[in-house]
Every structure is written in C-alpha cells, then in structure tokens.
Design a protein around this ligand. Structure first.
Ligand code: SF4
Length: 423
C-alpha cells in the first residue's frame, strides 16, 4: 500500500489536499515574492482541485486572461466544492469559453477614450492610468481581461512618461486612478517613481490606487511599501486605495493586517465589490461581506454590475439583483457599510447609480413628498418647504398609488389622519 501511495506521488496523483500541503511548505509563506514565484497556473489546477467537466473545458478553451493564483489565495478555496466562491474566481468554467453576441472586448470603450497608450480620459477632471498588466490573481470576472495578463500590453517607462506628459498638459485633471493590472504588482522603486511624478504635477491633488493585493496577496503590503506610499501622501497629494473584496472568505487576519498598515500610512480605503452570480449575488452574502469589511475598517464604496466582457455569462446577474441587495442591506448595517450600486454604462457612458425606489413621488395637493421606509415598509410624508418654487421638479404621485397607501401613511407629527389633515 505504502508503495502504491509513493508511486502515485511520483506520478503526480496525490490528492489535492496533499498537493496543496506540498506547495505551501515549499515556499516562504510571508514573503510576497515567494508567493508570486509559486503562483498556480492553468496547467497546475488539476493538482489542486478535483476539477469538474465544466472547469476542464473552461481551462482548455478560455478566450480571455491567463490563469494565475497565489498559494495564499488558493488556500482560501475548496478543492472539492465546485460552488466555492473563491474557486469560481480562480478556475475558469465552460461559460468563459463562449463569446456571446451581447459581449464586447472593451464594453466601456476605454480604448476610444485613450489619448495616449495606457491612459483613459473619460471624465473631465479624472484619468485612469493603466500602470501594468500583471496581477497576483487573475480573477475570472476581470473587466480588463483584454489587457491584463497579456505581456504585449506591458507599460514601459517611456509609455508612462507619455502619460505623465499628457496629464501635465491638462490642468483640468486633478485626480489619477492608477490601475491595471494591479499597481502593487510593480516593484517598490517603480511605484515610488510613478507617485513622485504625479506628486510633482501641481494640479494633481488626488491619486487612487486600484489594487486587489490586500485580498489576493496581503503580504505585499510591506513596511517598505507603506513607507513609500506615506512619503507621497502629503499636503500636495492625497492617496486613496480602492480594493475589491467580493466574499467574506477573503476577509482574513492577513488581509486585515495589510489594511491596517495602509491605514497607518494615512491611506483611506474603500471597497468596490462586483456582484457575481453564485458568489455573492444575494443580500445576505453582501451584508456579511460588508459587516466584515467594516470590522476591517474598510468603508463600502461601489458594488458593480458585472461588465459585458467576453465569457461573462457565468457571472452576470439580472439588474434587479443589485437593487434587491441594496434594499436588503438598508437598515441592517450602518450607511458606511452600504455600497452604491453602480452600472458602468456600455459604450463609455460613465457610471450611474441605481437604488431601490424609496421615493414614490410628490403629492401635489398636499405638497408632500411620499417615501417608503426601508426598515418598516411603511409610507412617510415630508412637506416641501413653504415658498419653494421646485414643485414642477418632482414626479407626481398618481392618485391610484395615493389611495392605495393612504391607510399606511405617517407624517412628521403622527401616523397621518388624512381626514383631519383634509386630504
Ligand atoms: S486584480 Fe483586478 S485587474 Fe487584476 S485580474 Fe483581478 S479584477 Fe482584473
């Protein structure tokens, strides 16, 4: 028996659990470079998971970004449960191999809005700087899969110089989002150089680092890195960090340590989650995630509707889900834990926010606004100020709705007695 086990080991047939133990013990766990050197690739996935047929097809035929996962992030996944949320972020599935007619390589038209390589200028005062094509984990839902993980998209120093030049020449720009790829996958020296260049441009006041490293490789947030960030977080430049936790399983002790280090460097941190089918597309999952995030001192920022990128059918959810999630969360967690539900409009229309319909309309006869309570489900009146000239600004509450909710109306002074109020 012992011989068979040994033989199976030689043939690479050890169990995923054993293979994982072998991997974890072969590296310096706390060293981020060792984690990156030992990233799990496409051809390794069968060692660390009992793969389903769908996953095998996904791995074989995926039409977008490469596979890559740090051993740390792999350790959060389940080798046996195909429904594990982390596993779905790491391992391609069959749906990813299918380019649906409604999908596009660049649904947000970022390339059309790019005056120089690596820079998108959509909003007047802000630009998106694509700093590099690498990430610690290649998330299967990544909306920049057309560039990320592709070495031909590498940003050389000259490319970045051209971006700085463009920013320098456009004094209306005050805010630079550095994303990619993941800017924290750059070397300390390169990041230092980028921040220094931005800090030197007098009209740049804000820099936002878009990074998933606190989630996928928290050991990357080293003291040295924090010192560099802190040295540029000055009177001239304010540095923010937007990260992307999507599931409570990602909220580990290591992740919290990384976040606390960034906070100590004076960096304000917000979370941009993505609603992902079968991962977090229900109110309770999102609520649990955002409760954990607040415990980690991360404020909720956005919750994105997934983009129409190639192979995204496996992740996309009906728009209604996002609205329902926000409706579910309201009243169960502090407001700073509730993200804005955002749709980045296809075709480069920019972001818009969507929310449940708390505002029912304006009752013109009584000059009252009518709201639905998120907590109690009751209806509440709030009068427009006397003398206001904005009555025409508001959508009218139709008579049918008014009659329907009359019984359940509350005003500022009491449960409304409509007859007494003369309506
Ligand atoms: S870390 Fe961000 S940019 Fe990189 S693959 Fe994941 S979602 Fe895409």
């Amino acid at each position: 028996m012992e011989e068979i086990v040994k033989k199976e080991g030689v043939l690479g047939l050890e169990s995923p659990e054993q293979e994982r133990m072998n991997l974890y013990s072969s590296l310096d766990w706390k060293d981020y470079k060792s984690q990156l050197r030992n990233r799990v690739r496409s051809q390794d996935l069968h060692k660390y998971f009992h793969l389903t047929e769908s996953e095998k097809l996904g791995i074989q035929d995926t039409i977008r970004l490469n596979v890559g996962a740090t051993p740390y992030y792999l350790s959060l996944s389940d080798p046996n449960d195909e429904n594990c949320p982390i596993r779905k972020i790491i391992v391609p599935r069959q749906e990813e191999a299918f380019f649906s007619p409604e999908e596009a390589m660049d649904p947000l038209h970022e390339e059309d809005l790019s005056p120089v390589k690596g820079l998108t200028h959509m909003y007047p005062d802000r630009v998106l700087l694509f700093s590099n094509h690498e990430c610690s984990v290649y998330c299967r839902h990544c909306m920049r899969g057309r560039k990320v993980s592709d070495s031909s998209e590498r940003m050389e120093s000259e490319d970045l110089e051209r971006c700085f030049e463009y920013i320098r020449d456009h004094s209306e720009i005050s805010d630079v989002v550095i994303s990619g790829g993941d800017p924290l996958n750059l070397s300390d020296a390169k990041l230092d150089w980028i921040l220094e260049n931005l800090e030197r441009i007098p009209h740049i006041k804000i820099c936002r680092l878009g990074t998933r490293n606190p989630v996928t490789l928290p050991m990357r947030i080293t003291d040295e890195l924090c010192k560099i960030i802190e040295s540029h977080n000055t009177d001239r430049l304010s540095i923010f960090c937007n990260t992307q936790f999507n599931h409570e399983k990602e909220c580990t002790t290591e992740a919290k340590e990384a976040i606390l280090k960034l906070l100590k460097a004076g960096v304000s941190i917000g979370n941009q989650s993505v609603i992902l089918k079968g991962i977090n597309d229900d109110g309770e999952s999102m609520l649990r995630l955002h409760r954990k995030l607040l415990e980690m001192r991360i404020r909720a920022y956005y919750m994105y509707d997934p983009e129409l990128i190639p192979g995204s059918r496996g992740f996309r959810t009906p728009l209604a889900k996002g609205i329902q999630i926000i409706e579910y969360m309201r009243g169960k967690i502090a407001g700073m834990g509730i993200p804005q539900f955002v749709n980045d409009l296809p075709g480069g229309g920019g972001k818009i926010t969507l929310s449940p319909n708390w505002y029912l309309g304006f009752h013109r006869d009584s000059r009252n606004h009518v709201f639905r309570s998120a907590v109690r489900g009751t209806y509440h009146l709030s009068p427009e100020p006397v003398g206001s000239e904005y009555d025409d600004f508001y959508p009218s509450l139709d008579l049918e709705t008014w009659e329907k909710i009359r019984e359940n109306l509350y005003s500022v002074t009491r449960g409304l007695r409509l007859e007494e109020e003369g309506f």
